[in-house]
Design a protein around this ligand. Sequence first.
Ligand code: FES
Length: 149
Amino acid sequence: MDDLRALYQEVILDHYKRPRHFGALEEANRRAEGTNPLCGDQITVYAKVEDGVIRDVSFEGMGCAISTASASLMTEALSGKTLEEAARMHSVFHRLLTAGDEVPDIEGLGKLEVLAGVRDFPVRIKCATLAWHALRAALEQSDEPVTTE
Ligand code: FES
């Protein structure tokens, strides 16, 4: 178990130091900003959606290791997914972070599973979900300000 935890931490650190899909996406047709009111950190998520498929997705902004790694892993996981697959992944990811002591059904989550340890630190759950809140607003094309509240 300690080996697995160490591996998970290594992946999180790698995505924090070298975030994937980082920067504005010029051809994006969806965009939303998210804020974590607990710390004030902001993230902007961009997506290019065509025919119900997320052709490309990226993010920019400053956050902690957890929020940056989570955003990076999210963009990696969602490129090429349909909107339905993205929504399903969002709800499975949410289940992973809020399952408490139960063993959640997280089939299909892939590498995002490395963030499982966040559920032991409730205050950090908002860090891990920040990019997902912004993504949902971007996909829904909502003009409402997005927070993790
Ligand atoms: Fe601000 Fe994590 S401390 S997003």
